[in-house]
Design a protein around this ligand. Sequence first.
Ligand SMILES: Cc1cc2nc3c(=O)[nH]c(=O)nc-3n(C[C@H](O)[C@H](O)[C@H](O)COP(=O)(O)OP(=O)(O)OC[C@H]3O[C@@H](n4cnc5c(N)ncnc54)[C@H](O)[C@@H]3O)c2cc1C
Length: 508
Amino acid sequence: METTRRNPMTDYDAVVIGAGCGGLTAATTMAQSGLKVLLLEKHNIPGGCAQSFYRGRFEFEASLHQLSGVGTEDNPGQIRKLFERMGVLDRVELVQEDILYDVKIDGKLDIELPSGRVELATALKKSFPEEGESIDGFFNFLYDFVYQFHACVYGKDPEASPEKYPIFFKYALSSTQAIFDEFLPNHQLQVCVGSYICYVGLPTETLPFDRLAVTLWSYLEYKPTHFVGGSQAMSNALIDCFVEAGGQVKFNCGVDKIVVENGCVKGVVAENGQKFTTQYVVSNASSIDTYLRMIDRDQVPQEIVESLNSKEIGVSAVTVYLGLDCDPSELGISAPCSFLYENSAGLNELYGNPQKAPQACLLTSYDNVSSTFSPEGACQMVLIDLQYGELWQSIPANEYTDVKYRYADQMIALAEKFYPGIRDRIEEVEVSTPITNMRYLSTPGGSIYGFSPYSKDMRMFSSTVSPIKGLFLAGAWVTGGGYEPSLVSGVGAGRAAVKQFQKRETVS
Ligand SMILES: Cc1cc2nc3c(=O)[nH]c(=O)nc-3n(C[C@H](O)[C@H](O)[C@H](O)COP(=O)(O)OP(=O)(O)OC[C@H]3O[C@@H](n4cnc5c(N)ncnc54)[C@H](O)[C@@H]3O)c2cc1C
């Protein structure tokens, strides 16, 4: 790969701030296009959310429960294609899950849901025989909606009209709850098909249906996937591809400032005072941090400041990581992912509150599908619910530890209702809260998905190209959260930067 420096006036052709999913794919895209790229990461390892950490003999997956958009060789999704192009596919081992997830509602429902549209509909009809018609109706609607959404939004069909895409035009702004009320009134069925609200960042009343629809569709079409070695294996593979293409990376090197003069990027200044000149910067830090902290205020267009101020910081999470000294089968766990609900809980109880006992959570145990995940005879279990950072930021510092461990204890108690005996097998425990995420990810409120994905905001923060010349953004704060959108956004940002770079070099 040609990596010769193309612009002799600057230290680097491009600098990337942050080695999360979006930063890694942006950096690799640019390096593989021949640019001289420097990647600066605050933390001491790559990945951002996509990393692992050690406690005792366990290597815990920090974030990934299920990766969407991978698919198979015969039916590749956009993430498989992206990995193939970059050379990641040869360096990671993917595990596809045939089970979408289990749903357990205490005393009411216990169902294993397969991945795949037909298989899922069949399983639901078996458990809800009287609801066959509405199940078929819902899936027909879902697939029509997603097809029309793709054509209008991603395909940007210039002839899009209400006549051509009637379902999309009628329901584009509908909330998830409104769609459920119309197409799937049965509450238990709503829980069965709607538990992925956990992956998109708003409760059903305010969540635009398109977010859930596209997410559910992607997992159904391409099946949930994870990596042997966890998401750290993916992040390491991306770094290897980047370095192989001539990229340079500095860890423990946070960026303090993006230097902008007369509306154009001129370079970055690291927290340690080191300066790097460049005309192109891709920021994988939050857009709030990028615009409101790293760039001098007089260089930030007023409409950007106003638009950032009008958005809501997205949700964070409480996660309990457990290392257990037994096989998952000893506890009766068979699915890699299970959504657990108290008897009276509904979908929206996946959004928790530190002052109340948890009513619902997601339990992940990869050891069911990947024997190399934990040491022999042991397994790990991760419990998670979603919580807003501000709820945790308002807890007095001297109460924080108590609240954190009390909540974790309550989450374990909830999981034990479905899998008794967990507590007796615990060898390691670690707990993260929105405060932990703030510290490790440097995101406002510890948000794991960027801004809340309200329809009104989506278009405004979906551009990877900034009005500041030479600045690009990648990651959850641009396209919405999750691995798939963040990885894809980095490619978009990287390509846009390469295009501008090549144009400028040709002209000058
Ligand atoms: C517990 C948890 C569970 C999750 N589960 C799933 C799941 O199952 N499926 C799914 O699709 N998604 C899941 N997500 C969400 C997903 O992980 C994130 O939305 C996605 O990884 C965000 O990627 P990003 O590109 O925005 O970067 P981030 O992961 O936010 O990383 C940004 C990087 O930039 C660095 N950085 C920030 N500021 C600076 C600076 N000034 N200088 C240098 N470096 C800086 C940070 O240190 C970090 O490494 C989960 C997240 C969490 C936390």
